[in-house]
Design a protein around this ligand. Structure first.
Ligand code: BT5
Length: 261
């Protein structure tokens, strides 16, 4: 990706003020951490790469990251929040992505905790990693992968096990997507919502996410380390944890897991 083609579209104040663009990295999340260690990254620094050799999802899962077709982006945030609130930044990124998809006329859905789907198929995922110091968050690295120009043929050939559950923006639109433009839109949206967080705190982000997610009062099933917990979502607390009413006498707090359909 051309850095100048991204920069000329940026209206952001903090996010992307420092922007590093690479051809190939292991994982953009790791590169950002290394830059931070070398004192080259500040709040809002963004790393983008054309490909990743070891792109990852949560819990050691793989993120398929072919060259030249998608967006692989990591943003550094240094908010003063306790570690248990770090999911709020996954929510912030999810809301930013839904906003950007809507600019392209695509109605994206959020799947708790970190997936973005369109028509039930995954188009994007968010990986939040953190460093702590003295019991508080020192930094958060928010990794965002978006399938932009991934072809149906590639998905069928290289992503056999998940081909029915995967899509890309170009498949949805029926035309090629300008990756630099999409990247700049994501940075601008992250910046807007980060500004919102800095002015008004975490709750405004959680509330926005709850509204976009839309599952309060509905039944969902969550895979919690292999155990399927089903229930009606009673509420989402200030940390982003779910409370599922599994029966009249049981309200289960769910901190991590994957929604299953
Ligand atoms: C995620 O994990 O969805 C987080 C993905 C974050 C990727 C970004 S890219 C930039 C940054 N650098 C990194 O190394 N990572 C971040 P999770 O919820 O655990 O979902 C992973 C699962 O999604 C896999 O096990 C597959 O089933 C599926 N998957 C893998 N690659 C995919 C892709 N390109 N598109 C759709 N689904 C995919």
């Amino acid at each position: 990706m051309e850095i100048s083609e991204i920069k000329k579209r940026l209206s952001a104040e903090i996010v992307g003020e420092k922007l590093f663009v690479y051809d190939e990295v292991g994982s953009t999340n790791d590169v950002l951490r290394e830059l931070l260690g070398d004192d080259l990254a500040a709040d809002g620094t963004v790393v983008v790469s054309d490909s990743q050799t070891v792109g990852r999802g949560r819990l050691g899962r793989k993120w398929v990251s072919p060259r030249g077709v998608n967006l692989y982006l990591s943003a550094l945030f240094r908010p003063e929040i306790p570690p248990q609130k770090s999911s709020v930044f996954t929510f912030l990124a999810s809301c930013a992505l839904v906003e950007v998809f809507s600019v392209y006329g695509v109605d994206a859905e959020i799947k708790w905790p970190n997936d973005i789907l369109v028509g039930g198929k995954k188009v994007s995922g968010v990986l939040t990693e953190l460093g702590t110091s003295g019991g508080a968050v020192d930094y958060l690295v928010i990794g965002i992968g978006v399938n932009l120009n991934l072809s149906e043929e590639f998905i069928r050939r290289e992503m056999e096990d998940i081909s029915e559950k995967t899509t890309s923006l170009s498949i949805l639109l029926g035309e090629e997507v300008n990756r630099e433009r999409f990247c700049a839109e994501v940075i601008n949206a992250l910046d807007r919502l980060y500004g919102e967080f800095r002015r008004r705190g975490t709750q405004v982000i959680v509330d926005m996410w709850i509204e976009r997610w839309g599952f309060i009062g509905k039944e969902i099933s969550v895979d919690v380390s292999g155990e399927i917990v089903s229930g009606v979502v009673e509420r989402v607390d200030a940390n982003g944890f779910l409370y599922l009413r599994t029966d009249e006498s049981d309200l289960r707090k769910v901190v991590t897991g994957d929604t299953v359909f």
